[in-house]
Design a protein around this ligand. Structure first.
Ligand code: F6R
Length: 367
């Protein structure tokens, strides 16, 4: 059932070209130039007239939500807030019937997310679900929603569900933006054809980085800390990269927006500190270059995720992982894949049980 892979996690990482494709199937109709999503379309006025969208989730799904904020604000120009379900539900949040609440949950059973949704519903908000498990508790209480068609995710560390969540959030942002006029037709057309090409790019990334990430992983088996940095769309991707590593390898890892480095974490940097930095060409590249200079001046070990043909960051980095160029909004999907592999191999070489890390459960049905 692991399809020849050593672990479900590796199988699920490799399933991503298919799971992303399946999530777009029937929704992204490039030739017709439309995105079809009944859940959105049937309630499009709710979204259009929303005061704001509040995204609620936990863990990896919360990271997807943060990227959703960048997507929906950039392309649909609707204000978005992203909240940890556990914080939202206990702080008497201000919610009205002009709010749209989107819950993101792979399992559809997370207790805090469920409770937060119930609260939002009681206060009159329109609630929308992005779940992977069909007919799960969250999927059942929402007013509408879109399933991620990632297929069953068995590995406790979420991988293909995360990139499927990003796919749905991208579709929602483009659809709303097109509808409310913030996303012009030419840009919409070029974005959707690029989105359509993402599964193929993920396939290329998997074959180009599978061995490389194993080589890199070998050098960091004894690490005790890691920093992950990224800016813009890739700041949440840095958070997610760090979460993957800590969950399965038990190495302490922290993700930061790269510019925040000088407000604290820079104090930690010395020759023993590995720093994964996501530095694609589109996305504040020059700023990232200076972050890398600051790290190298303190002898930190830089593992850089860059675009093919990159020169400036690559020249300074100790390890270079190349990914194909895409619009900035798609780069977290592409950049996440080698980071999943890196976390996976570090954990495997440390002898950890990657599919069932200690203390973690696949669905967290207690708060
Ligand atoms: C991370 C992970 C957890 C879940 C979180 C939310 O790899 O698996 O952080 O993302 O428990 O779970 P769902 O998405 O099922 O609500």
């Amino acid at each position: 059932e692991k399809g020849g892979y050593e672990h479900f996690m590796l199988k699920e990482i490799f399933e991503q070209p298919k799971s992303i494709h399946d999530t777009m199937r029937g929704r992204l109709l490039v030739d017709e130039g439309v995105i079809k999503m009944a859940g959105i379309w049937d309630h499009v006025e709710k979204f259009k007239n929303a005061n704001r969208i509040i995204i609620i989730a936990c863990g990896t799904s919360w990271h997807a939500g943060l990227i959703g904020e960048y997507l929906i604000e950039e392309y649909a120009r609707i204000p978005v807030e992203v909240e940890y379900a556990s914080e939202f539900r206990y702080r008497n949040p201000i919610i009205t019937d002009k709010d749209v609440v989107i819950a993101i949950s792979q399992s559809g059973e997370t207790a805090d997310t469920m409770a937060a949704l119930k609260l939002a519903k009681e206060k009159g908000a329109f609630i929308y679900g992005i779940c992977n498990v069909v007919d799960s508790s969250i999927a059942r209480i929402t007013d509408a929603g879109s399933y991620t068609h990632a297929g069953p995710e068995i590995g406790v560390a979420s991988t293909k569900a995360f990139t499927a969540q990003l796919t749905i959030l991208t579709l929602i942002a483009f659809k709303l933006g097109k509808h409310n006029g913030n996303l012009g037709n030419a840009e919409f057309m070029s974005l959707i054809s690029e989105l359509d090409a993402i599964p193929k790019k993920i396939e290329d990334v998997l074959s180009a980085t599978h061995e490389l990430t194993q080589e890199i992983a070998k050098d960091f088996i004894g690490a005790t800390n890691f920093l992950y940095l990224g800016r813009g769309y890739n700041y949440p991707a840095a958070l997610e990269g760090a979460l993957k590593l800590k969950e399965i390898s038990y190495i302490h890892a922290e993700g930061y927006p790269a510019a925040e480095m000088k407000h604290g974490p820079i104090a930690l940097i010395d020759e023993n500190m590995p720093i994964v930095i996501i530095a694609p060409k589109k996305g504040h590249y020059d700023k990232i270059v200076s972050n890398v200079q600051e790290i190298k001046a303190r002898k930190g070990k830089v593992i850089a995720v860059v675009n093919k043909g990159d020169q400036q960051v690559s020249a300074m980095a100790d390890y270079v992982i190349e990914i194909p160029e895409t619009s900035e909004c798609f780069s977290p999907i592409v950049a996440s894949v080698p980071l999943q592999l890196l976390a996976y191999y570090i954990a495997v070489y440390r002898g950890a049980n990657v599919d069932q890390p200690r203390n973690l459960a696949k669905s967290v049905t207690v708060e």
